[in-house]
Design a protein around this ligand. Structure first.
Ligand code: SF4
Ligand code: SF4
Length: 88
């Protein structure tokens, strides 16, 4: 299975209020708070483009762009939920 590649990770410094949520939720420890209490990407090469930081940021300060044409793989064995059809 091909790994999703990061195209760009952008943090709008002016919008960041320094809550640290993105740092706490990043599974690969890409992000840290700097001396000015702003989030910064210190290990961008470890970013898996999962998007958790962008999803959790209350100020929409983070944008995660994936390489063109890549999307999250569907879970194997996923079953569509719906109303079961009657058998009679
Ligand atoms: S979650 Fe958003 S506001 Fe909070 S530290 Fe990260 S970038 Fe800044
Ligand atoms: S996209 Fe995922 S791996 Fe990359 S910095 Fe955000 S939370 Fe971390």
């Amino acid at each position: 299975m091909a790994r999703i590649k990061l195209k760009e990770l952008r943090i709008e410094r002016l919008w960041c209020k320094g809550c640290g949520i993105c740092v706490a939720f990043c599974p690969t420890r890409v992000l840290e708070m700097d001396a000015g209490d702003k989030a910064v990407a210190v290990r961008v090469e470890d970013c898996t483009a999962c998007g958790r930081c962008a999803l959790r940021c209350p100020d929409l300060a983070i944008t995660v762009e994936k390489e063109e044409g890549q999307k999250k793989p569907e879970r194997k064995g996923a079953v569509r939920r719906g109303v079961p059809r009657s058998t009679d």
